[in-house]
Write a protein that binds this ligand. Sequence first.
Ligand code: SF4
Ligand code: SF4
Length: 325
Amino acid sequence: MLKIDCLVSGGVITNYKCSSKCKHCCYASSPEWPNDYMTPSMADEIFSILKSLGCHYVHIGGGEPLLQPDKIFAVLESAQRNNIDIEYIETNASWYRDEVSAKIILKELMKYGVHTLLISIDPYHNEYIPFWKVKALMAACSEVNMGVFPWLMDFWADLDAMDDRKPHSLDEYARFFGQNYLLELPRRYGLNLKGRALKTYKPMMKKQPFEQILKESKPCRLLSGIYHFHVDLYGNFIPQSCPGLSINLSEVSHGADPGKYRVLYSLESIGIGGLVELAIKEYDYKPKSEYAGKCDLCYDIRSYLVLERKLDLPDLQPAGHYKYI
Ligand code: SF4
Ligand code: SF4
């Protein structure tokens, strides 16, 4: 059985829709996603399962969770009902309009037990969101005593070197700071090269022969990440670092059937070699001669199953992860 007995801390994804389409987004969020938001009953189900697995606190992320501020309050109420603390809400600050309206939202969030916002500060977000909004939101937080977890302060000087009244493309950053700027960002950011981040950096990554990737195959141990897992608005448990893969949270907490989750099980128990064998034998996948590593091969197979074969597999949810990448 695929089973999780304990979870310590993780994130709850209330929505995938976002105001931005950042090139580093491993969840492949964007404005193209449907306007779905976690419902109160789904939140209740998720929080009660997390509590039963020993998880007492979560952070909230997206997408941009505060795009529709009225919808987050019911989710926060559910967290309170289930005795789950909110560590912080991640936000890109795009929703900031003016000081008065921002303070109303911040004070309302504080009533529901939210005391910290993680505010994104990096060149990827700055392609969409002018820096003045980030600064103004931080100032509003400070005035109402909402804590700020700036992610990452390391980039403050870079963003501040540009005109803060408008967004700036990564090309502008490369022109300003040098051509290696984009290449150095993943290390500075600590980027997880999955989802859209992999798509962005794939052309710059070293290629490996298909056979060599198979030779090095080992189990991906998707269920062992108990500190940074995510659960989304559809009730999918998303393993730490590997978005686009999923098991229904209520099933994995009782023990999910490996026969139902064959993609995930092959990766969990054998590794990329197991997924390749499954894809070739059962789904007529034709491998290429080389890939930018095992995760590129894994994505190529998963995208093929969802987008070309149009399969609605329970372990490749939500399909939007592949569609809107
Ligand atoms: S990184 Fe954040 S702001 Fe950017 S697309 Fe993803 S969820 Fe949206
Ligand atoms: S091969 Fe697939 S499952 Fe394994 S780490 Fe890479 S993306 Fe995740």
